[in-house]
Design a protein around this ligand. Sequence first.
Ligand SMILES: *[C@@H]1O[C@H](CO)[C@@H](O)[C@H](O)[C@H]1NC(C)=O
Ligand SMILES: *[C@@H]1O[C@H](CO)[C@@H](O)[C@H](O)[C@H]1NC(C)=O
Ligand SMILES: *[C@@H]1O[C@H](CO)[C@@H](O)[C@H](O)[C@H]1NC(C)=O
Ligand SMILES: *[C@@H]1O[C@H](CO)[C@@H](O)[C@H](O)[C@H]1NC(C)=O
Ligand SMILES: *[C@@H]1O[C@H](CO)[C@@H](O)[C@H](O)[C@H]1NC(C)=O
Ligand SMILES: *[C@@H]1O[C@H](CO)[C@@H](O)[C@H](O)[C@H]1NC(C)=O
Ligand SMILES: *[C@@H]1O[C@H](CO)[C@@H](O)[C@H](O)[C@H]1NC(C)=O
Ligand SMILES: *[C@@H]1O[C@H](CO)[C@@H](O)[C@H](O)[C@H]1NC(C)=O
Ligand SMILES: *[C@@H]1O[C@H](CO)[C@@H](O)[C@H](O)[C@H]1NC(C)=O
Ligand SMILES: *[C@@H]1O[C@H](CO)[C@@H](O)[C@H](O)[C@H]1NC(C)=O
Ligand SMILES: *[C@@H]1O[C@H](CO)[C@@H](O)[C@H](O)[C@H]1NC(C)=O
Length: 322
Amino acid sequence: MIPPLLFQLMILLSWPINALAESPAIAKPNCPTSCGNGSISIQFPFGIGAGCYLDHQYEVTCISSTPILRSINLTVLDISISSEASTILVNHTVLHSCNLESIRGEIVMNGTVNLESSPFFFSDENRFIGVGCNTFAYLLSNRSIISGCLSFCDKSNISAETMPLRNVTLRNSDCNGIKCCQTRIPSSRDLQQLRVILSTTNYKENTTMTEQNKCKSAFLVDQEWFGNNIDSPGKAQGLKHVPVLLDWGIHESSFDLIERNPSKRYNKTSDCNQIFAHSTSTNTSTNATFTMPVRRCRCNPGYEGNPYLLHGCQGKLLPILI
Ligand SMILES: *[C@@H]1O[C@H](CO)[C@@H](O)[C@H](O)[C@H]1NC(C)=O
Ligand SMILES: *[C@@H]1O[C@H](CO)[C@@H](O)[C@H](O)[C@H]1NC(C)=O
Ligand SMILES: *[C@@H]1O[C@H](CO)[C@@H](O)[C@H](O)[C@H]1NC(C)=O
Ligand SMILES: *[C@@H]1O[C@H](CO)[C@@H](O)[C@H](O)[C@H]1NC(C)=O
Ligand SMILES: *[C@@H]1O[C@H](CO)[C@@H](O)[C@H](O)[C@H]1NC(C)=O
Ligand SMILES: *[C@@H]1O[C@H](CO)[C@@H](O)[C@H](O)[C@H]1NC(C)=O
Ligand SMILES: *[C@@H]1O[C@H](CO)[C@@H](O)[C@H](O)[C@H]1NC(C)=O
Ligand SMILES: *[C@@H]1O[C@H](CO)[C@@H](O)[C@H](O)[C@H]1NC(C)=O
Ligand SMILES: *[C@@H]1O[C@H](CO)[C@@H](O)[C@H](O)[C@H]1NC(C)=O
Ligand SMILES: *[C@@H]1O[C@H](CO)[C@@H](O)[C@H](O)[C@H]1NC(C)=O
Ligand SMILES: *[C@@H]1O[C@H](CO)[C@@H](O)[C@H](O)[C@H]1NC(C)=O
């Protein structure tokens, strides 16, 4: 016969195993959680198909198992919700040119997608990168330069005059100012419209440079991805698309739609009171600009899951000690 204490212990031990089998919901009931057999999990407020997303900002469409966020027309590479942040990683184009001098040495592009009036923001976990020889790359927001960097040619000739006593060996592996430069972007919480500008420091380079050295590029990129994947200026030079990290939340005006609405006070497992940014928009009929607070949700300590869903936060499984 099993002693009663051991029997109780067995029941306690079997409990977390049953609980594990029921993983917390990530999407609304009866909604797809990925595009076809794609590997990216589509978590609410994002959703595929009518009734599955919170509002049009979060509508995902699937094109051959690839999720596209319709409101900004970019491919989604990851959706992440944690207690620190809500982010998405998107596939973004790189501003690239091999004939700057023939177009007056500077190209300006709305190098990044315009996120104005959306609940999406450029994260300060991105880095701004310039690639190439004699490249001057900078970033504008609201007509002001907010970041920029210069990159020189390989083993620049300047060193012969400025550093005559020592031979300096430059490693080609880093993005440190030789053929590749990088800089932070301001940790403003409200960056929604950025313009990437690519320029050259030497307008006569045309005649002396190899074809490859003429090519320059500039882009914003998720620092973690860049650090893990790009270990030489040569690799940076070949990039045409890169992952960019966006912070997101929910517009105050959409808040009544969310089942976690604090006024409904369902539960104390999550908190959506954190206003982390303000999105900027223009009223098209009056041309007046206005800002809208954006809130972020998170599961309270001891809970985990999707705080944007009703009952999305579940108690964490704690080790059972008697
Ligand atoms: C699933 O993925 C494989 C390869 O990744 C592909 O060949 C197959 O067609 C996909 N099936 C569906 C139903 O999308
Ligand atoms: C979305 O992006 C794709 C490729 O980047 C482009 O071909 C398409 O025209 C864009 N669609 C819209 C509605 O902007
Ligand atoms: C990003 O988009 C480009 C062009 O559509 C595509 O070739 C590339 O594979 C995409 N990258 C990822 C990681 O999906
Ligand atoms: C770039 O952005 C500005 C300001 O938003 C806009 O007026 C202009 O039409 C955009 N240009 C392109 C090529 O998208
Ligand atoms: C842009 O800059 C102008 C002047 O510097 C300022 O008045 C305006 O409020 C700024 N707009 C935004 C959206 O930051
Ligand atoms: C370095 O610069 C000097 C003068 O500008 C020039 O004569 C020399 O050829 C250059 N050397 C190299 C290796 O480019
Ligand atoms: C610097 O390097 C060059 C070529 O690698 C070599 O010829 C020269 O002697 C070196 N100069 C010094 C001061 O070490
Ligand atoms: C650069 O090269 C192009 C074509 O090779 C030529 O048309 C142009 O005049 C050159 N520019 C300069 C500044 O040498
Ligand atoms: C734009 O402004 C007009 C006049 O003030 C107002 O009636 C309308 O609701 C505003 N539109 C938006 C989308 O805020
Ligand atoms: C809004 O701005 C556009 C472009 O600057 C202009 O054409 C339009 O007349 C403006 N509308 C109002 C109501 O001021
Ligand atoms: C709070 O959420 C948990 C987990 O979803 C649920 O079991 C519980 O009934 C909820 N409590 C209330 C008061 O709704």
